[in-house]
Design a protein around this ligand. Structure first.
Ligand code: PBG
Length: 324
């Protein structure tokens, strides 16, 4: 059927018809909202490069959780700013570490909240790299054990899901084994399977104080030029026992999300990262774009590419917009 018999505009005539044939929808229950937790009491610090996002102390978490839950955002991912850092990132797996405290607080005060934790060392090492160093290089195999300890400490504090973001080879298998050995076979792993060495993480590194003190992360995070390698990375994580595959960043990598969607039957997550968020906020503040519409269109594009789950700083704003 071709024009003039077939006219696609017929189905775009009004809002009801458009809604009837809409292929993709956003749903607050598939958003994960990132929370930055800091030491101290009664703290709520704005993050300059991420308008609307705050670092909060543990006692403020219940309030954050309540706000999310009321909007239908039932999942958060935790990032911690520890009191002290060291070469081995030992704060990452401290029994009373900042994230471990945050998990216990949330599970105590808002038990219906799904608490995901980011498993990585960069916020806890004094050099800012995602693993421990041997001869100024991140040592893969020595790091695995620390990551597994970290994931286990999160599970023991009550986390519902762990999300390794370090990009060490073999970490999913190591974490799975550690969890299973200690009776946490019910805790899923959302793997940052395909994480690129991206400049879009800039604002996050301010927020979480985790910029590398020398060099960069190109020795472990993926080269932005590669796409076949993304399938290889994802395949490894599936074989090692990942429950969810994540792509990060999102918008500059929609082709990768789409490829993973076609290739794998696991749930796919995408992380709409700090720089992607900051660009929209900045342009909207200048009055150059309609921030709300660009937010919705952007998150829809991630959904359309094939992501089930979206980790986003827009989770609350978008949920509010969906409520109308
Ligand atoms: C930790 C981690 C980072 C992000 C999530 N987990 C920073 C990095 O890899 O440098 C970035 C998130 C964002 O930019 O919003 N490794």
């Amino acid at each position: 059927m071709v024009f003039p018999e077939y006219r696609p505009r017929r189905m775009r005539k009004n809002a009801a018809l458009r809604a009837l044939i809409r292929e993709n929808r956003l749903d607050a229950s598939q958003f994960i909202y990132p929370l930055f937790v800091m030491p101290g009491k009664n703290k709520r610090e704005a993050i300059g490069s991420m308008p609307g996002v705050y670092r909060v102390s543990v006692d403020q978490l219940a309030r954050e959780a309540r706000e999310c839950l009321e909007l239908g955002v039932n999942s958060v991912i935790l990032f911690g700013l520890p009191e002290k850092k060291d070469a081995m990132g030992s704060g990452a797996h401290a029994k009373n570490g900042i994230v471990q405290q945050a998990i216990r607080e949330l599970k105590n005060k808002a038990p219906e909240m799904t608490v995901v934790t980011d498993v990585c060392l960069c916020e806890y090492t004094d050099h800012g790299h995602c693993g421990c160093l041997i001869n100024k290089a991140v040592d893969n195999d020595a790091t695995l054990e620390i990551l597994a300890k970290t994931a286990l400490s999160h599970a023991e504090a009550g986390a519902d899901m762990v999300a390794p973001s370090d990009m060490m080879d073999g970490r999913v298998a190591e974490i799975r084994a550690a969890l299973d050995e200690h009776g946490h076979e019910g805790i899923p792993i959302m793997s940052y399977a395909v994480k690129y060495a991206s400049a879009f993480y800039g604002p996050f590194r301010d927020a979480a104080d985790c910029a590398p003190q020398f060099g960069d992360r190109r020795g472990y995070q993926m080269d932005p030029a590669n796409s076949r390698e993304a399938l290889r990375e994802a395949t490894l994580d599936v074989d090692e026992g990942a429950d969810i595959l994540m792509v990060k960043p999102a918008v500059a990598y929609l082709d990768i999300i789409s490829k993973l969607r076609d290739e794998f039957d696991l749930p796919i997550a995408a992380y709409h990262v700090s720089g992607e968020y900051a660009m929209i906020k900045a342009a909207a503040e200048k009055g150059w774009i309609d921030g709300e519409r660009v937010m919705e269109e952007t998150l829809l594009s991630i959904r359309r590419a094939g992501a089930d789950i979206i980790v986003t700083y827009f989770a609350k704003d978008m949920a509010r917009l969906l409520r109308g």
